[in-house]
Design a protein around this ligand. Structure first.
Ligand code: HEM
Length: 106
């Protein structure tokens, strides 16, 4: 199993509003091999906020299929970072990927 994380660095005070934007699914659920999605707000940050979007896949190839899909493009077409639009609370993003070695769900 494979996990991809997108970590958003945000202007202080904006994490709850940004996290809410992830509550409506915009097509990722239709991709073969997609399993789970989690959105986290990091506690105890100092001068900025942080929201992570964690997506779990059967294999990396399914994640790549989504990155190259129209549903990915459409879900991101109105997303602006603050270097493109000063009003945007999104300062930057960083993608990390993981191999899931073990998962247990109660
Ligand atoms: C340029 C970098 C990116 C930024 C600034 C960004 C930000 C956002 C925002 C704000 C939304 C909500 C859309 C809305 O409000 O209409 C969204 C959707 C989403 N993003 Fe990103 N994103 C980026 C790239 C990525 C990448 C590389 C991943 C995965 C590793 C990812 C994962 C997701 C997921 C899972 C959704 C929901 C899609 C769905 O439901 O179909 N994002 N993104």
């Amino acid at each position: 199993m494979f996990m991809a994380e997108n970590c958003l660095k945000l202007k202080k005070g904006s994490s709850e509003k940004i996290a809410k934007r992830f509550q409506k699914r915009q097509g990722i659920e239709s991709i073969n091999g997609f399993k789970d999605m989690l959105v986290t707000i990091t506690n105890q940050t100092e001068d900025y906020d942080e929201v992570k979007i964690l997506t779990i896949w059967e294999a990396e190839s399914a994640f790549k299929d989504w990155l190259n899909s129209d549903v990915f493009k459409e879900a991101h077409q109105n997303v602006k970072r603050s270097n493109e639009d000063e009003e945007s609370p999104i300062l930057n993003n960083k993608v990390s990927t993981y191999t899931i070695a073990y998962k247990y769900v109660q």
